[in-house]
Design a binder for this molecule. Structure first.
Ligand code: G3H
Ligand code: 13P
Ligand code: NA
Ligand code: ZN
Length: 308
């Protein structure tokens, strides 16, 4: 059943979080729906502009819709991840999406708020939920001062006004995570003081954690053993920290990198161990099965299993 993220968040706030899984090709779509059906977990399926340019918007939307027929009973939202106005307009026009993110977080507060507000008006007119972002994710580097770092995290003093001005349905916050396989280069984890400050000003309001991948060390090691060259400094988010963040209002945990690492590991190992082979469907099948298992465990960890 296709639902909005708003409906999903109303049920999960403070109790469990829902995985928001990026999809860019068919095997991932199968895995997400298979895992959600098996675990009876609500899930958010999301596509970025990059995925759209790769696969085509119609291909992504029809794969997701078809998967919901192949795996009946799955409760899911279909969400535009990191959208700009043109992507969001197309998504609203298509009628396929129930949720969009407007990523205007690199603009100043006022401009971010006004761009977000304009998207909210258009999206809400069609019953589509809107995620906005305040703060700069992934810009937190080792070599900047504490004051500069603070400026990049979401400022708890700004969140209440931002939500009031924009009427967005959820807020992506910068609380220490970043995108990709090399998180926490400065050694810092999730900033619970900031998260607590945000929740104090927005009690009951759904927060979104981007950069939610675990980046399992064994995946990195196996990729490198099979010929890859990923840095040993690869690092992801600790499961205990994610679980703790749920109490502070984190309702949506975005995952893209873990899917990519697993694809890299599975295909590298397959072709390294059977160099005479040239069959995409063999590693493809392994990937679908292993990624579905990975996601099933993720739903258990987030507490969303059994909640659909
Ligand atoms: O934020 C989402 C992904 O980590 C980046 O995805 O390469 O499809 O834009 P993309
Ligand atoms: P990861 O890079 O940690 O998977 O984060 C993905 C994300 O935030 C997508 O919006
Ligand atoms: Na998003
Ligand atoms: Zn993101």
């Amino acid at each position: 059943m296709l639902v909005t993220t708003r409906e999903i968040f109303e049920k999960c706030y403070g109790r469990y979080a829902v995985a928001a899984v990026n999809v860019e090709f068919m095997e991932q779509v199968h895995a997400v729906f298979a895992a959600a059906q098996r675990a009876q977990a609500p899930v958010i399926v999301q596509t970025t502009p990059v995925a759209r340019d790769y696969a085509h918007a119609k291909m992504l939307a029809s794969m997701v819709r078809t998967a919901s027929e192949i795996y009946p009973g799955v409760v899911y939202a279909f969400h535009v991840d990191h959208g700009y106005e043109s992507h969001i307009d197309d998504a609203l026009e298509s009628g396929a999406y129930t949720s969009v993110m407007i990523d205007a977080s690199h603009d100043e507060f006022e401009k971010n708020a006004s761009r977000t507000r304009a998207v909210v008006e258009k999206a809400h007119a069609k019953g589509v939920s809107v995620e906005a972002e305040l703060g700069t994710l992934g810009g937190v580097e080792d070599d900047i001062t504490v004051d500069e770092k603070k400026a990049l995290y979401t400022d708890p003093e700004q969140v209440e006004e931002f939500v009031k001005l924009t009427a967005c349905d959820s807020l992506a916050v910068a609380v220490g995570t970043s995108h990709g396989a090399y998180k926490f280069s400065g050694g810092q984890g999730l900033q619970f003081d900031i998260l607590e400050g945000i929740q104090k000003r927005l009690p009951g309001f759904p927060l979104v954690l981007h950069g939610g991948s675990a980046v399992n060390t064994t995946e990195i090691e196996r990729i490198n053993e099979a010929g890859g060259k990923l840095s040993a400094s690869a690092k992801g988010v600790d499961a205990e920290e994610i679980k703790r963040s749920i109490k502070y209002g984190v309702c949506k945990v975005n995952i893209a990198t873990d899917a990519r690492l697993m694809w890299t590991r599975v295909t590298r190992e397959f072709f390294a161990s059977t160099p005479e082979d040239f069959t995409p469907i063999k590693p493809g099948k392994t990937y679908m099965e292993e990624y579905a298992s990975f996601l099933t465990e993720k739903f258990e960890m987030l507490g969303s299993a059994g909640k659909a």
